[in-house]
Design a protein around this ligand. Structure first.
Ligand code: ATP
Ligand code: MG
Length: 423
């Protein structure tokens, strides 16, 4: 139960709920529901009561502070008939904190020393108000945590996790998961490849979730601990099967960013890279240089936006542009060759396309992008028609050319991109 008017107004996003969701899944506690309520005693009490109707654990965040709108402890105390009492030890700790800073104690802060009777205190290493654990009968637990994310996490990690492990250890089946990253294949096509394996090559007990992003689709595999076949064995089998059918779309990067995989491959090859970008206007260069340490494998690049730059800086023949247009295989390949040649490096990429919203034509509609990668003497180029607005087209283009570079560096098969708006 996330408490706070600001959460309902939307001025603060409930990141506590998202974080706790992941923590609880990791711990092996399935989450049935999340409620968001305003700073009102009745609403908070209702949220807790409804949670207790179906769950063994209700975690409340927010509203534990010293101000009049922080009423979570009152709500819980009322609902669970555990009247608030002043905790003398908490009181002296609070007073001591203010005294040590040479400040007079604001008496309103005494609210933070009020504890529902029978509640356990959960130490807050990063703030003044401790978390509170209340028993709700029938083995059910209510945990109150501050709203400030740092404090909430500190209490969770330091006090709540050990406590839940101790009390519920035997019942928890920790969720193991791993994430496979794909790029260059739309979610629906990936599903066609992968879903027929479910329950067979991807064994029962392994859940596969599709997490689409603009730059690719992640597959999250998860399996609960404690089956006869260990969770990691199950995941190995599932991963092996998925690699079999979708291997050429997969890339390896702990961060999930394709640039990591590209950096590894460039380092392995001992190659340095240059970029020649038209419609992406330096986005590829930006993504590469976002990586710390990129100077050891990235040389630099040219934003060849206007055709004059393509001609003067990259040596693209004017006739080629006149004959085929700036968005063409010929120009993309001439750009990549020109860049590698002028900078005397082993690897180069180029992008030229129609990012929109203007500039499209029947033969080359908005989203048409030619891109090329060169490694040594090998030059590979591709065309795609990307959907979406200008931002989308540019992001997809940058990702696509990096994927093409990666496959070219790996010397593997370069998958044909899905065409005709299949994205
Ligand atoms: P305080 O002692 O600061 O009053 P509190 O326990 O009363 O702590 P709130 O007043 O509800 O907590 O929230 C304090 C701050 O924590 C808010 O300003 C907000 O930025 C942040 N916060 C509260 N709830 C959440 C949430 N669910 N997700 C992310 N941030 C939150
Ligand atoms: Mg508050």
């Amino acid at each position: 139960v996330a408490v706070g008017d600001e959460l309902l107004l939307g001025t603060t996003v409930d990141t506590n709920g998202a974080w706790l969701g992941m923590e609880l899944a990791e711990l092996g506690v399935p989450v049935l529901a999340r409620h968001t309520v305003g700073d009102r005693v009745e609403e908070i009490a209702r949220g807790i009561r409804e949670g207790l109707e179906r769950a063994d654990l209700v975690v409340v965040t927010g509203g534990l502070g010293p101000t009049h709108d922080d009423v979570t402890r009152e709500a819980a105390a009322g609902l669970l008939e555990a009247p608030l009492r002043l905790d003398p030890e908490l009181e002296s700790r609070l007073r001591g904190r203010w005294r040590s800073r040479g400040l007079p104690f604001p008496e309103t802060n005494l609210r933070q020393a009020m504890v529902p009777s029978g509640a356990e205190l959960l130490a807050n290493p990063l703030g003044t108000a401790p978390g509170l654990l209340l028993s709700a009968g029938g083995g059910r637990i209510v945990i109150l945590l501050p709203g400030i994310p740092r404090e909430m996490r500190g209490i969770w990690n330091g006090a709540v996790v050990p406590l839940l492990r101790e009390r519920w250890g035997g019942r928890l089946s920790r969720l193991h998961y791993r994430v496979l990253h794909t790029t260059g294949i739309p979610e629906s096509r990936l599903a066609e490849l992968v879903e027929p394996l479910f329950g067979m090559e991807v064994p029962r007990g392994v859940e596969v979730a599709f997490l689409p992003r603009i730059t690719g689709v992640d597959l999250r595999l998860s399996a609960a601990e404690g089956r006869e076949e260990g969770a990691s064995r199950l995941l190995d089998r599932a991963e092996g099967a998925l690699r079999e059918v979708a291997g050429r779309w997969l890339f390896q990067a702990a961060s999930g960013d394709l640039v990591d995989a590209v950096a590894q491959a460039l380092k392995r090859a001992g190659a340095s890279l240059v970029t020649a970008e038209s419609c992406t206007g330096g986005l590829v260069a930006k993504r590469l240089t976002d990586r710390p340490g990129s100077s050891s494998w990235y040389c630099g690049g040219i934003v060849a936006y206007d055709n004059r730059v393509k001609v003067r800086e990259l040596g693209v023949p004017e006739a080629l542009i006149r004959e085929h247009g700036a968005v063409s295989r010929e120009v993309a390949e001439a750009m990549v060759r020109g860049a590698a040649e002028r900078f005397q490096v082993e690897a180069a990429v180029s992008v030229t396309g129609v990012a929109g919203p203007g500039g499209g034509s029947p033969e080359k509609p908005v989203g048409t992008v030619w891109y090329a990668a060169q490694v040594g003497d090998t030059v590979r180029s591709r065309v795609e028609t990307f959907p979406g607005d200008r931002v989308d087209v540019r992001e997809r283009s940058a990702q696509a050319v990096l994927a093409l570079l990666l496959r070219t560096l790996e010397g593997g098969e370069v998958p044909t991109p899905p065409t005709g708006g299949a994205w």
